[in-house]
Ligand binder design. Structure first.
Ligand code: ADP
Ligand code: MG
Length: 704
């Protein structure tokens, strides 16, 4: 039997169910078999009616003495009332609006009922109990004939008109017919070594477990399989990369030394080490894939600049991508400033802006057209091209691209990089080296899974020393106090940020939230201060002007969306308010916090929080208690899942296994197992089913 058989081919499934199943993305026999329960109900204890206690879920077995439908006084509600008895006593069961039950559960037949006792005015009864008809009154718990009661019962993700009851019935029917045709994708030696349930057993146990322990074991087996495939993918990426070629970029030690000496500050030990790791990596023919991780303010840009300089001085071009225009502009200015005595051409290319700059010799910034800049890049005359997404447009071609630097957000695979150097004049298809940068610490489990294809350098030293930022959770009542403090700070000459939650990029609500806050602050709260707002819908000219004015201190308070200013460096800003703080991840809030106090002044980070739920309060408290970004990231991973880290990368990992991404043990074992498999058989020739699963997975991953 073919598991890819569409459910539409099964006559016993009605059309309307097919539609509902489709809503849950269930279209084939296999989809249905792999629709796993998200929890279980324990109806495995069959009690005597006389043993029933309040507040306890239980299951009873008895004979139907009476069953009837009753119309209530309340409009249209029909009650089905049954009296069920066993040798110890009898009990009433009531169902609402299911009159058909009267014909289903007939007088003098036997049923199992499960639920909780409801205490009514005059009597106790079972309200809407789960029922199952039985032929043989001697039936025991866990009898394979039982589906909805008398066992550990699966509860599935449902949709309207598609209940767990229906799903249990359908899955059971499918299991009977198709279980035998499921084949084991995992190698035998892996099953043995890691003591995993074979697939058939696991499928059976995950749906209709004979114990909670086995249900758990089944769940773990599938998590193992999903993570194993992820690991095979990630390690495969690495192997693939090792087969690609890059231009080896020798270290020009004199140039690097000269650069380091030209800096107005001394590099931290961590910066030196990271820079060295990067330079060493780039000396090899293997394309570098390195992630530079360092908290906000740890000084990643200068490290990136060292690698860019060394690359450019070897005659290779550098593409430096930033997530937003403002940041691209800031990087352009920073890099341009750092490199002013190094005779390099540096360009700035963004999508919206039509004013473009190129740094020609003699430390001069000139404006040229976009067309011209692209032309110069193609000719190889621009050494370092800085910009936004615009850099990866088809129009932009490099002559000799040696290094791609990606600041925040974007993660590149080998293919994306290869695309960037279509124009490369060299005969061999050389892949540029890649340096990505992020301020989000990577929990260990993730560096061993979804980031497993990258090498990581960490900047764990803050050049300007510890900042003094007070983190304060503000309830709606205390708003006024927070505003008073802002007033004081601004009167001292400091500046403030107000961040409003982004709802969805490009959504109207995002702008409106900023606009509302802006109007409120400007008209009601701080009429005497200069306030401006910043959001994605402004023209780039306008954005530039606002950032410039803010940096120069002409603006006291900047109201902004969250996405825009992640990397902005304003040393004079000492206050930040985050509106709707509960909507952000801890790691992200920690990043916002890194925007203030950069000048070393005592600073204030206010979390305005509309929700008073204890969970939210507890989550935000973590920010008050620790300044350790890694700890916060780990907490985020546990509380919110890996979504914040996975970013735009789409991984075809089922939710069930997502939660295992924070299980260090499983992560380590699956990595081990993946290595063992690949060492034996790199192309998975011996394991065609596993290979098929991997290919399916690879098809679902979008690395951007
Ligand atoms: P981030 O890691 O957040 O991108 P930046 O690269 O923007 O940090 O650096 C933050 C600020 O610290 C910049 O103004 C930069 O010039 C400065 N900086 C970087 N390294 C050092 C250092 N070793 N000593 C002093 N200041 C430094
Ligand atoms: Mg930065």
């Amino acid at each position: 039997m073919d598991l890819s058989l569409p459910l539409a081919k099964l006559k016993w499934i009605q059309k309307r169910y097919l539609k509902r199943l489709k809503k849950l993305k269930i279209e084939t026999v296999k989809d249905l078999l792999f629709h796993f329960p998200h929890r279980y109900e324990d109806f495995s204890q069959i009690l005597k009616i006389s043993q029933i206690k309040i507040n306890q879920t239980f299951c009873i077995k008895g004979k139907v003495i009476k069953i009837e439908n009753i119309k209530t006084h309340k409009k249209g509600i029909i009650l089905t009332q049954a009296l069920v008895s066993d040798e110890s006593g009898s009990i009433k069961a009531i169902w609402f609006n299911q009159p058909f039950l009267k014909n289903l559960i007939k007088k003098d037949t036997y049923v199992l009922l499960a639920g909780k006792l409801t205490i009514g005015k005059n009597e106790s009864y079972l309200q809407n109990p789960v029922y199952e008809k039985i032929k043989n009154p001697d039936i025991q718990p866990f009898d394979p004939r039982l589906t909805h009661v008398g066992r550990i019962v699966p509860v599935y993700p449902e949709t309207e008109g598609l209940t767990s009851r229906w799903l249990r019935f359908a899955i059971k029917r499918i299991l009977k017919k198709h279980l035998a045709s499921i084949k084991e994708p995992l190698p035998e030696f892996i099953l043995k070594k890691y003591n995993l349930l074979p697939i058939k057993e696991a499928i059976l146990q995950i749906h209709f477990p004979s114990s909670f322990k086995l249900a758990q074991k089944a769940k773990e087996r599938f998590a193992f399989q999903d993570l194993l495939i992820l690991q095979l993918f990630v390690l495969g990426q690495r192997i693939k990369r090792y087969k690609e070629k890059s231009a080896p970029i020798p270290i020009k030690i004199e140039v690097v030394k000269k650069f380091v000496e030209s800096l107005p500050f001394k590099l931290t030990q961590a910066q030196r080490k990271a820079a060295w790791q990067i330079l060493k990596d780039m000396e090899r023919k293997i394309p570098m894939s390195r992630l530079l991780q360092g908290d906000v303010g740890s000084g990643k840009t200068v490290v990136a600049t060292i690698s860019a300089l060394n690359c450019a001085k070897n005659g290779y071009q550098v593409a430096f991508m930033a997530p937003t225009e403002i940041l691209a502009k800031q990087h352009f200015e920073t890099v341009h400033n750092f490199l002013k005595n190094f005779n390099l051409n540096i360009g700035l290319l963004t999508s919206k802006s039509d004013r473009l700059f190129s740094k020609k010799l003699k430390n001069e910034v000139v404006e040229i057209s976009k067309r011209k800049l692209i032309e110069l890049t193609e000719k190889g005359e621009i050494d370092i091209l800085i910009g936004t997404h615009a850099l990866i447009q088809d129009k932009v071609k490099f002559k000799k691209l040696g290094l791609v630097i990606v600041d925040e957000q974007h993660r590149f695979g080998v293919e994306q990089r290869a695309k960037l150097c279509k124009q490369s004049k060299t005969k061999e298809r050389l892949i540029p080296h890649l340096l990505s940068m992020t301020a989000t610490p990577i929990p260990r489990t993730l560096s061993l899974t979804i980031y497993g294809d990258l090498d990581i350098s960490i900047l764990d030293e803050m050049p300007r020393g510890k900042r003094k930022v007070n983190t304060i959770i503000v309830s709606p009542k205390e708003r006024q106090k927070a505003y008073q403090l802002i007033e004081k700070e601004i009167q001292k000459g400091r500046q403030a940020f107000v961040i409003c939650p982004r709802i969805e990029p490009g959504e109207k609500g995002e702008v409106r939230a900023v606009k509302e806050e802006y109007t409120k602050l400007k008209e009601q709260i701080f009429p005497n201060f200069e306030i401006e707002m910043l959001h994605g819908k402004l023209s780039s000219k306008e954005k530039e002007r606002i950032m410039k004015d803010f940096r120069e201190g002409k603006i006291n308070i900047l109201v902004s969306t969250s996405v825009i200013e992640v990397g902005i460096d304003i040393p004079n800003a000492t206050v930040m308010i985050v509106e709707g703080a509960e909507r952000f991840g801890l790691a992200q809030l920690h990043q916002f916090r890194g925007r203030i106090g950069r000048g070393g002044e005592e600073s204030y980070f206010f979390l305005f929080c509309e929700s008073s739920s204890r969970k939210t309060q507890k989550r935000l408290k973590a920010l008050v208690e620790t300044d350790d970004g890694l700890k916060l990231a780990e907490a985020d991973l546990k509380l919110r899942g890996p979504g914040d880290f996975v970013g735009k990368r789409q991984w075809g990992i089922p939710d069930l296994s997502m939660e295992y991404l924070s299980d260090l043990n499983l992560v380590k074992t699956t990595r081990e197992a993946a290595k063992e498999i690949l060492e034996q058989d790199i192309y998975l020739k011996k394991y065609p089913l596993l290979k098929k699963e991997l290919e399916k997975f690879t098809g679902l991953v979008h690395l951007e």
